[in-house]
Design a binder for this molecule. Structure first.
Ligand code: NAP
Ligand code: ZN
Ligand code: ZN
Length: 346
């Protein structure tokens, strides 16, 4: 076994603490990665606090991982020692269902194994990237271009691919008016990608203080959602709304901002359900859809796209002993725009 250390939540009310554990020895097709940086996704907060009711403790969160390969299994053919690599939301899928065959492993009929809190065949649960190393099958490892800023590249493995994939799948681009609802980790990546794809981007935010940043990130317009007059003027306006809000909110209010045949793409996963009024859809033939991270091939494509277009997340780099404070700030919406943990300071 390989000794590892990281930060773990031991129950839903406790702060994360330093934690020692063991990882399995790499098998023939596995790589052992020394983790350099790990982003903090709001899903880590939801899970640490058991907001979905399925958390197995101790939980080591983290699925926005950048690191270098320490060693490789005998049959590994895709990677070499010392290469810069990434690991995202999942580390395994069945490999043979229709979704896996078409490189959309995130929708695996037999269920993906998430990088954190995922059940393994021996009954144990996966431990994520708030740690010093991880062992992953080479087919679920991404190659990270050396030209990318590394702390800013870590969040691409979840916030990046989630927004990229949702925009690509819905063919968002030139000629579209797109609203990004919530300017956090996912939201700020959605702004960057939507602008890069040629759309006209409006940020809908509950934080007036984020206006200057929104423009800097590439948005063309900014609307404070508490400004009732401005909000009302946007009725029937957008082709797409990308909803990245992490807390319960009223979808109907925002659906009314979509024009005929407009689409609301749900990315945020609030723990509590919301009511949807049919007339918010019927009157203008509007659609609601969702999107979930992205497949391995698309994640690799996104990383190359980011290297080519010089896109990374705007991050605040923190030490591992600052994780709990970062969680608290994230819940308050006080993050510009992703926390990345420097795992070398563990
Ligand atoms: P985040 O950085 O905390 O951003 C969420 C943003 O939502 C906040 O910055 C805030 O933006 C807004 N917000 C928060 N509470 C709100 C409230 N009560 N009312 C209105 N707006 C509020 O979180 P994140 O990491 O981007 O994740 C966002 C959500 O996506 C989470 O639920 C996460 O679990 C989920 N997620 C989904 C996927 C997927 O594949 N679908 C992948 C990753 C994450 P403003 O200050 O601008 O209002
Ligand atoms: Zn995530
Ligand atoms: Zn599958």
């Amino acid at each position: 076994m390989i000794s590892a250390k990281g930060y773990a939540a031991h129950n839903q009310d406790a702060a994360l603490e330093l934690y020692s554990f063991e990882r399995k020895e790499p098998g023939d097709y596995d790589v052992l990665i020394d983790i350099i940086y790990c982003g903090i996704c709001h899903a880590d907060v939801h899970q640490s606090k058991n907001e979905y009711g399925n958390t197995k403790y101790p939980l080591v969160p983290g699925h926005e991982i950048i690191g270098r390969i320490r060693s490789i299994g005998e049959k590994v053919s895709k990677f070499k020692e010392d290469e810069l690599v990434g690991v995202g939301y999942f580390i395994l899928s069945c490999g043979h269902c229709p979704s896996c065959i078409t490189q959309e492993q995130q929708f695996c009929d037999n269920g993906i194994t998430p990088t954190q809190n995922g059940k393994l065949s021996d009954g144990t649960f996966t431990k994520g990237g708030y740690s010093d190393c991880i062992v992953v099958n080479e087919n679920y490892v991404l190659s990270v271009p050396e030209t990318l800023n590394q702390p800013g590249a870590a969040p691409l493995l979840c916030a990046g691919i989630t927004t990229y994939s949702s925009l690509k799948h819905n063919k968002v681009g030139k000629g579209h008016k797109v609203a990004i609802l919530g300017l956090g980790g996912l939201g700020h990546m959605a702004v960057k990608f939507a602008a890069s794809f040629g759309a006209e981007v409006t940020v809908l935010s509950s934080s007036a203080a984020k206006e200057d940043d929104a423009q800097r990130l590439g948005a063309h317009h900014f609307v404070n959602t508490s400004d009732k007059e401005q909000f009302a003027s946007l009725a029937n306006h957008f082709d797409f709304i990308v909803d990245t809000v992490s807390a319960k909110h009223d979808y109907n209010t925002y659906l009314n901002l979509l024009k005929k045949d407009g689409t609301m793409i749900l990315l945020g996963v609030p723990p509590e359900p919301s009511t949807l009024h049919a007339h918010a859809l019927t009157g203008k033939r509007r659609k609601v859809t969702g999107s979930f991270i992205g497949g391995i091939e698309e994640t690799q494509e996104m990383l190359y796209y980011c290297a080519k277009h010089k896109i990374t997340a705007d991050v605040e780099l923190i030490r591992p002993d600052e994780i709990n404070e970062a969680f608290e700030r994230m819940v308050k919406g006080d993050v510009k725009y992703r926390f990345t943990i420097d795992m070398q300071k563990l």
